[in-house]
Design a protein around this ligand. Structure first.
Ligand SMILES: Cc1ncc(COP(=O)(O)O)c(C=O)c1O
Length: 456
């Protein structure tokens, strides 16, 4: 059946049945799908999407954090059509290249805060992280320090699900039953200031969270550690923002111990946090490598990227080949759309709008002054709302409250998501306006009231 604008009740029923009979969804509840069927989205425009029944929703998550410039922009459709007419695809192996891949590499290399950056393309965030883990190990191998193979990651990190990336992911459920994992991964606690793992308050904080990296490097031996990877602002793990000084300290520890610092900007990058890159919230901190995806094309076409410093590239150059790459690395369609998407983000100052609208969103949610809202935090349009039973003690709520709010919101026309730890995700497209923020906050208030009533 061809995708079309209107579906009859019989067609909708047939689609739902086909979904249940044939489609294995990624990261979804198989049981809920069998019982209730899929939520089938058929149309999008700006900050809204519509399901096959024609019901309208605010996309307050920007799909999976990626719809930065909003859904279905004609400029990007036109760019895609133009590119498909010119050259639908050509690979970049064996010294081939294509025009959009070169142009996007040049553009991204000039944007990223990585010194003399080179850009390697992938198709996703997981592939970008897998690529970077191989790159850092190959780098130390070429420096005759091949014992340096450990990657240090943090609890509550999400770095993807492929066999390499999932070893760096530290969220419940992602490892059980998938063992054995790859060797060479270690982890530390992360800076979760709302409930500091060291029991510290702002006044008494000595950046124990950053010093934990130094302790881990000492424990493993610095001759064993290749790199440290962190999302500057944690996404899926619950919108967690490290305190001022954290990444400055991390950078220093990495430099002192000859450990490469990788910023995973798969969600943060290209304006979502109110600055072009998340790491820029810690002034002057320069990662050695960076991974990107999602916002690089606003999800119009799948694309991931790795930025590596000129120094790392110069070391890799000692070998004729870095034998790693994907059939679709540097796909011209994805790169052409990515290039135009980044132009839109710059021309419309979407990082600026993200900063402004994110601030309003947080203020307006806080102004609801609801007992169940323990914390509202975020940078730009990466906002998390942590639900609690008791604001003073921060006692956890019934864990089914957050999913119930999400279900109630969906019924009312608002898409949000429960993140780990009773936290609701708000990351709408970066083109959102103040009146749309008002609508979203009103819907959230109504959804919380309904969920609380339903759970009485
Ligand atoms: C920070 C981070 N890194 C990596 C990934 C993995 O990206 P993908 O799902 O494109 O493989 C994600 C996905 O959400 C992410 O949030």
């Amino acid at each position: 059946m061809k995708t079309k604008k209107k579906f009859s009740p019989a067609e909708i029923q047939a689609l739902k049945k086909a979904d249940q009979d044939h489609y294995f969804h990624p990261t979804s509840s198989i049981w809920v799908l069998q019982e209730k069927g899929a939520k089938i989205i058929a149309k999008g425009k700006g900050c809204k999407v519509w399901d096959v029944e024609g019901k309208e929703y605010y996309d307050a998550t920007a799909a999976l954090w990626y719809s930065s410039v909003g859904h279905c922009r004609p400029e990007l459709t036109q760019t895609a059509v133009d590119q498909l007419e010119q050259l639908e695809s050509y690979h970049s192996f064996n010294e081939f290249a294509n025009v959009p891949a070169i142009q996007l590499a040049e553009k991204v290399s000039k944007m990223v805060p990585v010194k003399d950056a080179r850009i390697f393309f992938t198709n996703s965030g997981s592939e970008s992280n897998d690529t970077i883990f191989k790159m850092v190990r190959f780098y130390w191998f070429l420096k005759n320090k091949d014992s340096k193979d450990y990657i240090i990651t943090r609890n509550r990190a999400y770095h993807g699900v492929s066999c390499g990336a999932v070893c760096a992911t530290r969220l419940p459920g992602f490892h059980e039953g998938f063992e054995p994992r790859l060797p060479g991964f270690a982890h530390i606690e992360l800076p979760y200031c709302y409930q500091c793992p060291w029991g510290k308050k702002v006044e008494s904080c000595n950046l124990e969270c950053a010093l934990a990296l130094e302790e881990k490097i000492t424990e493993l031996g610095k001759d064993k550690v290749a790199a440290f990877i962190a999302e500057p602002i944690v996404g899926t793990g619950g919108i967690i923002i490290p305190p001022p000084g954290y990444f400055e300290k991390i950078r220093q520890i990495c430099t002192d111990n000859e450990v490469l610092f990788i910023a995973d900007e798969v969600i943060n990058a290209f304006g979502r946090t109110g600055k072009m890159f998340g790491i820029e919230h810690w002034e002057g901190v320069v990662p050695d490598l960076m991974t990107m995806a999602k916002g690089i094309t606003s999800g119009y076409v799948q694309l991931g990227a790795v930025a590596l410093s000129g120094e790392i590239f110069d070391t890799l150059k000692q070998r004729e080949k870095f034998l790693h790459g994907f059939t679709y690395s540097g796909h011209p369609l994805a790169c052409a759309v990515g290039l135009r998407n980044l132009e839109i983000i710059e021309d419309e100052d979407l990082p600026g709008n993200s900063e402004k609208m994110g601030r309003l969103l947080k203020e307006k949610i806080l102004a609801l002054n609801l007992d169940v809202i323990g914390d509202v935090r975020g940078k730009g349009l990466m906002v998390g709302v942590e639900l609690v039973k008791n604001k003073e003690t921060k006692e956890k709520h019934d864990p089914l409250l957050a999913p119930s709010v999400v279900d109630a919101a969906y019924e009312m026309g608002l898409i949000t998501r429960p993140l780990i730890g009773d936290i609701l995700q708000f990351s709408p497209p970066m083109v959102i306006t103040e009146s749309q923020i008002d609508d979203i906050v009103k819907l959230l208030e109504a959804a919380i009231a309904k969920a609380l009533k339903d759970r009485e």
